[in-house]
Ligand binder design. Structure first.
Ligand code: NDP
Length: 434
């Protein structure tokens, strides 16, 4: 806390991992000898930079950009870029820290990092978005490379923004280096299934958690928070597997649609028109209603998928969900449940899949995109989705087995933290004091 003042989300993420590690540290004294904990909490490099750009009125605007390269023991830094007005160094450091263990859990050769800016894409024109992305990449490009650091999207950064950034990278370096970014469009080096991967992966994870308890997704009532990339494709996979999504949200409120969310309409409103969720309810009619400023966790469900942002589900929300019969929770977002909320779920016997494990399908498919770029190949949807499903099953098994070995059966938080940590720590020891 003294070394990283005022970065409360970073402290929260670090504390959560360290709390899981007690038994591992006493079993492996070499971790202490090599100062692995101290080293793993200190990013390898942190870049903070000025992002000036000109708005449509001709006025100069200024934002702050970040790239935190946390750990490269397993491979090049890998992790998304977030554009949101609340972004500051503490946000990026928490996300980068989580990313290291998540990436390790995928079993792929990728290190961890994260970046972004305090830029608010809401209400900006196409031209403004493009000029911002170009200015952002004008500085960021010197820190990237397919063997060095490979960003992707996150909140506020999707295919459109990645396109403008890739274009600027190509222009500045005079290299068509496909592997420098992931989440690209299909026409310029992207991978099928990347768009769907985080949401689909989170649903595979829930399905696996239910399976070990002898339950199925079929006919379960689900609530998904958010209505961005992760939320949309989590909802799609839930529907495909026979579950029913009855509510979703954005930062202005939630929609309750007891007949089941109409996904085609939701995608039209959010992906094509980039409109608010209230627009969905207005167009859908029937029994659907928009609750301005409402808390989506009040809607009764058996499965809950927080897919919006950090700390969006607290202990009170968790207690409400448990009271209403919720059986399983998987975090599509990063750290959406507060530590008190996690405790409520674990103590109530709810199957709880932490983001590090449950939302790792996105970065895993990014690693598959890097493989395709490196071999100048592109795989079919079926093949790529099969790989994603296998990876998620492996992550689930790794977390489950690790928890069993440690005598905390069914605790995926401990399982994910310990399994991810040990993979990174072993590589760090092998690479020496660097
Ligand atoms: P998007 O920008 O596509 O969507 C974000 C959604 O969350 C929007 O509905 C947004 O509503 C809502 N939201 C964002 N901030 C807030 C807030 N402060 N309060 C309430 N709602 C909010 O982002 P993604 O779907 O890509 O990301 C969602 C989460 O998933 C993040 O935590 C991200 O880190 C995580 N994640 C994403 C991956 C990916 O592949 N995209 C991979 C792994 C994790 P509004 O439009 O009103 O802001």
């Amino acid at each position: 806390v003294r070394r990283n003042p005022g970065e409360s989300e970073f402290h929260q993420a670090v504390r959560e991992v360290l709390e899981s590690l007690g038994p591992v540290l006493s079993k492996h004294p070499e971790l202490t000898r090599h100062k692995i904990i101290e080293r793993i909490c200190e990013p390898e490099r942190q870049v903070i930079f000025r992002v000036p750009w000109v708005d449509d009125r001709g006025e100069v605007q200024l934002n702050r950009g970040f790239r935190v390269q946390v750990n490269s023991a397993l491979g090049p830094y890998k992790g998304g870029l977030r554009f949101h007005p609340t972004v500051y160094l503490g946000t990026i450091k928490f996300l980068g820290f989580e990313q290291v263990f998540k990436n390790a859990l995928t079993g792929m050769p990728i290190g961890g990092g994260k970046g972004g800016a305090d830029f608010d894409p809401k209400g900006k024109s196409e031209g403004e978005i493009m000029r911002f992305c170009q200015s952002f990449m004008t500085e960021l490009h010197r820190h990237l490379g397919e063997h060095t650091d490979v960003p992707a999207g996150d909140i506020g950064v999707g295919e459109r923004e990645l396109g403008y950034m890739f274009g600027q990278y190509k222009r500045l370096t005079n290299r068509y280096e496909s592997g420098v970014l992931t989440g690209k469009g299909l026409a310029w080096g992207g991978s099928l299934v990347r768009k769907e991967a985080t949401g689909y992966g989170a649903v595979y994870f829930v399905a696996d958690m239910l399976r070990v308890r002898g339950e199925k997704l079929t006919d379960k009532t689900c609530v998904v928070s958010g209505s961005g990339n992760v939320a949309l494709y989590a909802s799609q996979k839930l529907e495909q597997l026979g579950a029913h999504v009855v509510a979703c949200s954005d930062s202005s409120g939630y929609v309750h649609d007891p007949d089941g969310i109409d996904l085609a309409l939701l995608k039209q409103v959010k992906e094509v028109e980039r409109a608010r969720i209230s627009e969905y309810a207005a167009r859908r009619g029937r029994r659907s209603r928009f609750v301005p400023g409402g808390n989506v966790w009040e809607v009764p469900c058996q499965i809950a998928l927080p897919c919006a942002t950090q700390n969006e589900l607290n202990a009170r929300d968790a207690a409400t969900l448990v009271k209403n019969g919720c059986r399983a929770v998987a975090e599509g977002a990063n750290m959406p449940t507060t530590p008190d909320g996690v405790r409520v779920f674990l103590e109530s016997g709810v199957a709880f899949g932490p983001g590090k494990a449950a939302n790792a399908g996105g970065v895993a498919t990014s690693a598959l995109e890097m493989q395709q770029n490196a071999s100048r190949d592109s795989w079919s949807f079926e093949h790529t989705e099969k790989r994603l499903a296998e990876i998620m099953t492996n992550i689930h098994r790794t977390c489950y087995d690790t928890a069993e070995e440690l005598g905390v059966s069914g605790n995926y938080v401990v399982g994910a933290n310990v399994a991810g940590f040990l993979r990174v720590a072993r590589a760090m020891i092998a690479l020496g004091v660097i």
